[in-house]
Design a protein around this ligand. Structure first.
Ligand code: C5P
Length: 307
């Protein structure tokens, strides 16, 4: 019996530009993906012998499915198929969730990436980085980012990752995440783009231009270039999210946007106190957010061992 404990962080998309459609019907992106210091905790135990069920997941959030709809389950299963060993040993997973689901924060994707890494470690690393990346991309467009969650440029479906190793200039900032009491399905959000043909024709190169601004420490130019094309269809159905972003901008946020396909909206602040005041004012003046978190953006130093 062997155990590995790992943590998977949340991410936000500081920029999400859609530049076309891929032949398989996905959307071609340029996205800046940033890890946040909010983490889920996962523990993986490899047991000798075949228990029933052979993959079992225990999760402290009863709303999250623990069968093969869970990406962790699918990741473990794909790992065993890849190494050609099925139904000889069993896996027990404990999942302590802090990242909400259907939130645009990559919670499930991060858990899946960590599951691949844990399985690889428990088997003494039979799979190469390239193979892990291929399996991760099979599990979901956001999963490859979480194999090494540092600030990154995501291309293609979002699965082609270029690490922005030297981008540290946002690590002193504070981020306020707010999720209403409802989630948004990623597939639904992308489907809505059919009604907004111009949104899939974003100007290529916006993300690299923004990265240049960041490297030159031109934060005002950087933040003004950070757009999210998915906001238009999602805000049309959920105007409350737009209102929340506008509220934060009005209170002086450096940036306020929806993350990924929502439903989380984030805002970036110079100090923790500013973020806290913004949250308290929002709750007293508008209210209605089911969940919030105040923390920091991460840089290149990402610890993956659970503490
Ligand atoms: O890759 P993932 O399974 O997370 O994607 C969920 C859904 O979001 C896909 O089925 C697809 O409809 C949509 N999607 C897209 N373009 C992307 C990523 C996701 O159309 N780049």
């Amino acid at each position: 019996m062997a155990i590995v404990d790992l943590q998977s962080p949340a991410k936000i998309n500081l920029l999400l530009n859609i530049v076309g459609k891929t032949p398989d019907g996905y959307h071609e992106l340029e996205t800046l993906i940033w890890p946040v210091d909010l983490v889920d905790l996962l523990s993986f135990e490899l047991c000798d012998g075949l228990l029933e069920p052979w993959i079992s997941i225990e999760c402290d959030d009863p709303t999250i499915p623990v069968d093969d709809r869970n990406l962790v389950h699918r990741a473990v299963s794909l790992f065993f198929s890849e190494i050609g060993e099925t139904h000889k040993r069993s896996v027990r997973v404990q999942l302590r969730k802090h990242i909400p689901a259907e939130a645009g924060l990559g919670g499930g994707s991060g858990n899946a990436a960590v599951a691949l890494q844990a399985m690889n470690r428990l088997h003494d690393h039979p799979l190469s980085e390239e193979t892990l990346h291929r399996i991760a991309a099979q599990l979901g467009s956001d999963v490859p980012f979480f194999l090494n969650p540092v600030p990154s440029l995501g291309l293609g479906r979002g699965e082609r990752i270029q690490r922005l190793e030297e981008c540290q200039s946002l690590t002193t900032k504070w981020v306020l995440l707010m999720r209403p009491g409802f989630g948004v399905s990623t597939a639904w959000a992308y489907q809505q783009l059919a009604y907004f043909p111009d949104l899939v024709k974003g100007k290529p190169g916006m993300a690299t231009q923004c990265v240049e601004f960041l490297r030159d420490n031109q934060l005002t130019s950087f933040f003004s270039g950070c757009i999210n094309a998915l906001e238009i269809p999602v805000f049309r159905k959920f105007p409350y999210l737009k209102m929340a972003c506008q509220f934060m901008e009005g209170k002086g946020a450096l940036l306020s946007r929806m993350s990924g396909s929502g439903s989380t909206v984030f805002s970036i602040w110079d100090t923790c106190q500013e973020a806290r005041t913004a949250w308290e004012t929002f709750q007293s003046e508008l209210g209605g957010m089911g969940w919030h978190y105040i923390g920091q953006l991460k840089g290149t130093q990402v610890a993956s061992e659970a503490s």
